[in-house]
Structures are given as structure tokens and as C-alpha cells.
Design a protein around this ligand. Sequence first.
Ligand code: PAF
Length: 301
Amino acid sequence: MTTDTISSALCTTIAEAHGAVFSARMANRTIGLVPTMGALHEGHLSLIRRAAAENGFVVVSVFVNPIQFDDAADFVAYPHTIEEDAALAIDAGADAVFAPSAKEMYPDGFSSYIDMGGITERLCGAARKAHFRGVCTVVGKLFHIVQPDRAYFGEKDAQQLAVVRKMVRDLNFPIRIVGCPTVREPDGLAMSSRNARLSQEERKAARCLFRALSEACRLFAEEGARGAAALTGAMRGVLAAEPLARAEYVEIVDPETFASRAPEAAVHAGDRAMLAVHVGGVRLIDNMELTETRETLADHD
Ligand code: PAF
């Protein structure tokens, strides 16, 4: 791919993004948006390919959003790889790559946020108070800037997907939110930009997330386990066997509200098993839907 191809697709200002989208609209093309924080991997590329298959014009945003990080070290450690990202995005079907600076998105004096409450205060929002406020604010801004017909999000971030769906309903954004399946490594680890920060030893240890979720799904589908405590206990057992892993949360949740099922409560097909686990210094999340018939790794190939 030539540098000319990349620079003609790259927009770094909101005015340039408006210009690219305006031309596509004038040509009667539907617009798909794939919001990302860069360090693109196969998971992102599957979203971009789907967006390209379903829309006439695809915008991929690449912006490491400072206001969704509560830990400055985590923000600094987040990979910034815009040239590679732009080339990968275009190759997967993006027509424009919107990569603004933090100043472009949050100029001096910026003080308006989207704060939802409820679902955003649980799980990933419980320990990281400003996280979903940051996500909703930047996604809301991207929706206004790009005005897509459809926007694509991965099910790996199932809570984020549910939060965005609710925000779109609550605030009447005329946008269809498309959830796309988690893409996994051959050993089951969910693809994530954070995986690149795992040492070799931590990378092996990180398989415990998939093992724990698979065990919950197996118990539900094959052994008829229906108690939340039995399933979370089994997942905790798998995680505890891995010395490099430290669980932040291990829950079975209602798939709409993401409220945790109480230990004594019955769980239902469609509920989600949810994990956040620190492996070494890297925080990883993953989840699976509980189904009557069990998914295997081969189903993800
Ligand atoms: O999932 C992500 O990468 C981010 O949370 C998002 C949706 C791009 C907002 O910054």
C-alpha cells in the first residue's frame, strides 16, 4: 500500500472527517463506523470487513481516548501505531481513517460528558468510575462527527456494547448498532490490543480466562448447573489454579442490565458469564453467553 493511499484516506481533523463523509453521502453511499483505539488486530479487522460488506463507505476511527482511562500508566502503555493501523484498516475495507489528536476531540474548556448511570456502574464501571463516561462521551462525539447509518462493536466488550445500545436508545441516535462475535486465538484467548503487553509466561497464563468461561458454559449446558454460585465458584477455581492471574470480577449477569445474578439466584440461557482478570500487570476481560448447547473452540475457528 502506498503512502499516498494512506494519506488520502487519513483525516486528522473533524473538518476533514466531515468532508469525507459529506462526499460519501452526496454519492448516496451508506456509512459504517468502526470506533477503535488502534493497535488493530484480527478482531478489529473482522468488524471493518463486516462494515465494508454492509455499507458503501466505511470510517474507522483510531483514537486512544484519554478520558476513559482511570490509570495514567495504562493510558501511556496503550500502543500508538497509527501508520500500521491505517494501512491495515484500508486493506480490510476502510475508506477513511479518522485519527484526531486529543486536543481536536477535547479542546481547552471542554466540559460536556455523557453520564448514564445504572449499567455503567457495574463490572468494568465499578472499579473504574469514569470509564463508561469516557466511552459514551467519545462514542457520542464520533456519532455526531461521522453520522453513520451503522456502527460496529465487538462482543468481547459485551458490557460496552450493551451500554452503547442503551445510549443510542436513550438519546435517540438514528444509528443501528451491530454487535460482532469475539475473535479468538487458536488457544481460545480473546483477541485484544492488550495481549501484546503480555510476557511469554503471562500469555500462557492468560488462557485461564477462556478455560474458566468454557467451564461455566460446560457446567450449564452439560451438567444442568443453574445456580449462579456454582458457576462463579467453578470459574474462580480455574482462575485460582493460575498463579499469575488475579480476578477483579467473576459474575453471571443479566444480558440486558448487566446486573449480577445473586449467588443463590437461578441463571438462564442467554445470561452472560463475565470476567476481568489481571495477568501480571495486564488487565484482560472476556465473556461468554450461557447456552443450552455448548460452544466449543472449533465453533470460533
Ligand atoms: O472498545 C474500544 O476500543 C473503545 O472503548 C472505543 C469504543 C473505541 C471508545 O474509545
